[in-house]
Design a binder for this molecule. Structure first.
Ligand code: F0G
Length: 464
């Protein structure tokens, strides 16, 4: 019989445990939003119907992972669970020296701290730093420089690998600044800041060659490495028949080290690691910093059971059927929004769909926080929680304290892993189609109070 590809036609899991989602009324949502000062970060989750705030730590674990939790070894030193995690990380990344941390930014703090201690005036270059990576680089008085390819700035025009680093710019920067002042190149896979877009194997390979020639280490910020591997399989011809695990191994083979916020592709709610190929000065300093700030070498910031679930999740996250479903569900939501007249970063990324608000609401007053206004309106209309990437998140204010407009106004709908079904996505598409037909209902907002840094998390706003 002829084989038909049914793989992506259904969720490749069944549901053993359920949790109710909030079914709310318009009056209740308005009350909740007002109480939250028009900032969805302040909304208690039990009032949210579909929570697309982040894909980080919000996924559902499998029965294998829940079973693994019970086998956790909580020994302080030499826990069996640590060796299991170490084996899994070594097997995928080829990095022999593995340091467990409680989440991604702990690895960033350790790595940027030890690099900054080398000398002042250094620049770290990336296809794009994630917010916390940038914040850690800058907190250590270094420069964080993003050089994504120019296709990534054209939101509407699809391209297969809009997460790539600009190789010509990388060479130019190394030449201008000198390799001695560039201690690290970071390849973020997938590229969260630029729309969750994938990085091609060719680009990773080429960047690695440039770095090697200049003597600069290249690390992967690999929070979503499995999704990236699946994109490579789908879009880079010579990888069509290779497993995501083998593709991932090749991705890591070009790097000297990596760190992972395991709350994403490793399918756990908390956890991470930092890993090195070589036991050099960086690995040694990182171990010292780990013990100082996170915990002993064999658990970092994690309990034994967490390391068990993480070891299992790392491998499960590379399952081909799961990954095909994962990318298909993001694509389904993205295409659905496009068809409903909502412009997005096209094609949709791996973990999220990003609405291009400047294009969606071209006449909306810049000073009224267009993306934040849309985020509020989505909650009011359908209990959907998403996140603004625009002038509130960038947080720039002039000398008089006036909020400055941003180059981009996006709303990110990040999809938790294995949590929502296709009918949940259909519901979101329906709500967004309704909003697209009734744009006039969207009310602008203004900031009433905000802290100086990372304003978007706790700012208080009001409708105007
Ligand atoms: N690197 C990337 C690419 C990330 O997306 C994140 C987190 C981190 C590092 C930091 O890891 O949260 O475990 O400390 N991203 C989340 C998000 C918060 O919503 O995109 P963490």
């Amino acid at each position: 019989m002829k084989e038909i590809n049914w793989k992506t036609k259904f969720e490749p899991f069944k549901i053993k445990m359920t949790e109710p989602v909030a079914v709310t009324t318009a009056a209740r949502r308005l009350r909740v939003l007002k109480k939250a000062c028009f900032n969805p970060f302040n909304i208690p989750a039990e009032n949210v119907t579909i929570d697309f705030l982040t894909d980080s730590g919000t996924g559902a674990m499998s029965h294998t992972q829940w079973g693994a939790l019970m086998t956790g070894d909580e020994s302080y030193a030499g826990a069996r669970s640590f060796y299991k995690l170490q084996n899994a990380v070594q097997s995928i990344t080829g990095c022999k020296y593995v340091l467990p941390v409680h989440q991604g930014r702990a690895a960033e703090r350790i790595l940027t701290g030890l690099i900054a201690a080398q000398k002042p005036g250094q620049t770290i270059v990336s296809n794009a730093h994630f917010d916390t990576t940038r914040a850690n680089v800058e907190a250590n008085r270094m420069e964080a420089l993003d050089i994504p390819v120019k296709e990534s700035y054209d939101f509407a025009k699809p391209a297969p690998f809009k997460g790539n680093i600009d190789i010509a710019k990388l060479k130019k920067i190394i030449k201008e600044k000198g390799a001695a002042d560039i201690p690290l190149v970071i390849m973020t896979v997938t590229n969260n800041t630029m729309g969750g877009q994938p990085v091609s194997m060719a680009n990773i390979r080429e960047a690695a060659a440039v770095c090697r020639a200049a003597g600069i280490p290249m690390f992967l910020d690999c929070a979503r490495f499995a999704e990236n591997a699946c994109f490579i399989k789908q879009r880079e011809k010579e990888y069509a028949k290779i497993s995501p695990l083998e593709i991932a191994r090749e991705m890591f083979s070009y790097a000297q080290g990596c760190w992972m916020s395991s709350k994403k592709d490793a399918l756990v709610n908390m956890g991470g690691f930092l890993a090195f190929k070589r036991d050099g000065a960086w690995a040694q300093k990182a171990r010292e910093a780990l013990i100082l700030g996170e915990g002993f070498l064999n658990y970092g910031g994690m309990s034994g059971r967490d390391m068990e679930a993480l070891a299992a999740g790392l491998m499960e996250g590379l399952d081909e059927n799961y990954l095909a479903y994962r990318l298909e569900s993001t694509r389904y939501l993205g295409e659905g929004l496009l068809a409903a007249g909502v412009p997005i970063i096209n094609p949709p990324g791996g973990h999220a769909v990003y609405i291009d608000v400047k294009k969606f609401l071209p006449d909306f007053k810049q000073a009224r926080f267009p993306a934040q206004s849309l985020v509020c309106h989505m909650y009011k209309t359908g209990g959907i929680r998403a996140v603004e990437i625009g002038m509130l998140m960038f947080g720039r204010r002039d000398a008089k304290g006036n909020w400055m407009p941003a180059d981009i106004e996006l709303v990110r709908l990040a999809i938790p892993r294995r949590v929502y079904t296709k009918s949940h996505l259909d519901y979101v598409i329906e709500v967004m189609a309704h909003i697209a037909k009734n744009k006039k209902e969207i009310k602008g907002v203004k900031v009433v109070w905000a802290p100086q840094s990372l304003a978007h998390f706790s700012a208080k706003l009001a409708e105007v």
